[in-house]
Design a protein around this ligand. Structure first.
Ligand SMILES: Cc1cc2nc3c(=O)[nH]c(=O)nc-3n(C[C@H](O)[C@H](O)[C@H](O)COP(=O)(O)OP(=O)(O)OC[C@H]3O[C@@H](n4cnc5c(N)ncnc54)[C@H](O)[C@@H]3O)c2cc1C
Length: 575
């Protein structure tokens, strides 16, 4: 058995920031990061536009309270305001700390960190490294892991969380290189496994965003919070779904329909293209539905609208958003200096996740916590984003709550002993799980079933939802889950057998999908990213509360938790 004081599953921004904090707080602790990718290939590396913090370098009127208010309003008042207050107050310090670690932020002419506009933020407060911010931050954090002697198990896939008698004791993992299984035991376990964008057929997320941590938690009896809130980013490049960062609109790009109109004037006249993502995604979808979308041949009535950068000019485009230009050029052959980009909403972010308090301790239910278990980042729900996340608040959440969770873990493990774990029992069960997958005699390809599942989620739980479509989706999904027994693996070997991983990831995605649909069906109101055509209004009287979904193969039990309202009373949300 492998032993560490702390195991962190996930080598993205949240996991790495927590590891650095633990090592800084107590250099004697044995800390390990486990990741199915190499940490610098974690999804965080793809983050583009930036990280919000009221540094006031560009806008002297800004302060943490304005940032907190924008975040709470953006969340459609579902965010826990105690958590938002910490997020906004800590933001300037964590940015400076990253700078001291070596992160190369873009600069103003006088040398201070540059800041740009972002959707839903009332001030120019997003710090950035061109449009490659995640890359700049993650590389420095990973360098720091090495500096602090954190052990990295890269390309190990975690199969199961070991949770006994209400206490997390470790994980069971599988080495992708050669199929070796191992039990890793620790005094504290942290999940920072990222999101689940691959549950949908069009997403900005990478192939590893398969909701593993959420599914493992659900299977261990831990509730998932607010899973009905799935963020659609307005500007996914058509038809691939790859993200064109909000930074592009922050730098001045327009959204244009087939008639050449800047249609956001109808939907958010005061913020235009910089309205929050839920509002902008709905506006684009409405334009397309109304026949004002564009076809690839330029005619009206098609499946996308345009993101137009032409008026920005080559110099600004290449200086401020070079990656967005590259993406359109590489994937579609479009030179954005000369031509507008075709875009439509793409699944982007998970507002819901493993419920945690402000120290990252995982909740076991409406009251109470799981002993020894922590979570942060996109996999967790603390909840600073409520029903809709503002752009550039996720990297911030990963860093602020990664740091706070790391500090809490370093305290938690002091004077604790390693737990007892029956290693053989877990290894035997894992061998059985893998063997039964390899021995399945069905005829269904994994890719076929995954496509059907992703289409089911996209068609039945998208930007707009109704009871009828979601019920139909849930029925379809239950049938697809039955078909999982019929999938067939070609590769029976143990060397880089990615089919085994794809099969397990698909099981995990389906669990997550079922929780999303069930939670969404029960929320009979429209709030943030959850927009119901049969319940069009926000209903604070009945639904100003967090959903907790307890998964079991037999069904999902829903309970609710109150929202922390400490600073701002809910108001109508207008932009
Ligand atoms: C294209 C794009 C651009 C974005 N731009 C911005 C931006 O500009 N600003 C902003 O605030 N937000 C942005 N976001 C959102 C932000 O990047 C993510 O929310 C954030 O990086 C998530 O970080 P994380 O540490 O929680 O998870 P991730 O970075 O997703 O890391 C998850 C880790 O968990 C590991 N893992 C998962 N499952 C397992 C398993 N079973 N076993 C072992 N390891 C596992 C993975 O290997 C990985 O190391 C963007 C998102 C996208 C898609």
């Amino acid at each position: 058995m492998l032993d560490h004081d702390v195991i962190i599953v996930g080598g993205g921004l949240a996991g790495c920031r927590a590891a650095v904090e633990i090592a800084r707080t107590d250099p004697n602790l044995k800390v390990a990061v486990v990741a199915k990718t190499h940490p610098i290939r974690s999804h965080s590396v793809a983050a583009q536009g930036g990280m919000a913090a009221s540094l006031k370098n560009v806008d002297s009127e800004d302060d943490w309270k304005a940032h907190a208010f924008d975040t709470v309003k953006g969340s459609d008042y579902l965010a826990d305001q105690d958590a938002v207050e910490i997020l906004a107050k800590e933001a300037p310090d964590v940015v400076i700390d990253l700078e001291h670690m070596g992160v190369l932020f873009s600069r103003l002419p006088d040398g201070r960190i540059a800041q740009r506009a972002f959707g839903g933020h009332s001030h120019n407060r997003t710090c950035y490294a061109a449009d490659k911010t995640g890359h700049a931050i993650l590389h420095e954090l990973v360098n720091n892991l090495r500096r602090y002697g954190v052990h990295i198990y890269d390309e190990w896939y975690v199969l199961q969380m070991i949770l006994e008698d209400g206490q997390a004791k470790g994980v069971v993992m599988y080495r992708i290189d050669d199929g070796k299984l191992a039990v890793l035991r620790a005094k504290a376990v942290m999940f920072a496994t990222g999101g689940y964008g691959r549950a949908y057929n069009t997403t900005s997320n990478d192939y590893a965003s398969t909701g593993d941590g959420l599914a493992m938690s659900a299977l261990a009896g831990i509730p998932l919070q607010d899973m009905e809130f799935v963020q659609f980013h307005p500007t996914g490049l058509y038809p691939v779904g790859v993200l064109i960062s909000e930074a592009v609109r922050g730098e001045g790009a327009y959204l244009i329909n087939s008639e050449g109109d800047r249609f956001m004037a109808t939907y958010a006249p005061s913020r235009m293209e910089l309205a929050p993502r839920d509002i902008t995604s709905r506006a684009i979808t409405k334009e397309i539905r109304a026949g004002r979308g564009v076809h690839p041949d330029g005619s009206a009535g098609g499946p996308f609208v345009y993101l137009d950068l032409r008026h920005m000019g080559r110099e600004k485009i290449m200086l401020r958003v070079p990656f967005a230009w590259e993406e359109a050029h590489r994937l579609l052959g479009i030179d954005a200096v000369e031509k507008p980009m075709p875009i439509r909403p793409t699944v982007h972010y998970s507002m819901g996740g493993i419920p945690v308090n402000i120290e990252g301790k995982v909740r076991s239910g409406v009251d109470g916590f799981v002993e020894g278990l922590f979570a942060a980042g996109e996999a967790a729900c603390v909840s600073v984003h409520g029903a809709n996340r503002l752009g550039s608040n996720s990297l911030l959440e990963c860093v602020v709550y990664g740091k706070l969770t790391g500090a809490a873990i370093a305290q938690y493990v002091q004077n604790r002993k390693l737990p007892q774990v029956d290693e053989q029992r877990y290894l035997t069960a894992a061998v059985k799980q893998i063997q039964s997958l390899l021995n399945q005699a069905g005829k269904l390809r994994i890719g076929q079933l995954r496509q059907s599942f992703q289409d089911c989620m996209t068609d039945h739980c998208g930007v707009f939802r109704t009871e009828e479509t979601m019920r139909e989706g849930l029925n379809q999904l239950e049938e697809l889950q039955q078909q999982y027994q019929k999938i067939y693996l070609d590769d029976k070997g143990s060397c880089w057998n990615t089919e085994i991983l794809e099969a397990i990831e698909l099981r995990n995605l389906m669990i997550v999908g079922k929780v999303i649909l069930t939670s969404a069906l029960s929320r009979q109101e429209s709030r943030g990213a959850h927009c119901r055509e049969d319940f069009t209004e926000r209903d604070d009287e009945n639904f100003l509360k967090h959903t907790l979904a307890f998964y079991s193969p037999a069904g999902i039990d829903l309970q609710y938790r109150p929202v922390a309202i400490t600073m701002f009373q809910p108001q109508e949300r207008k932009y």
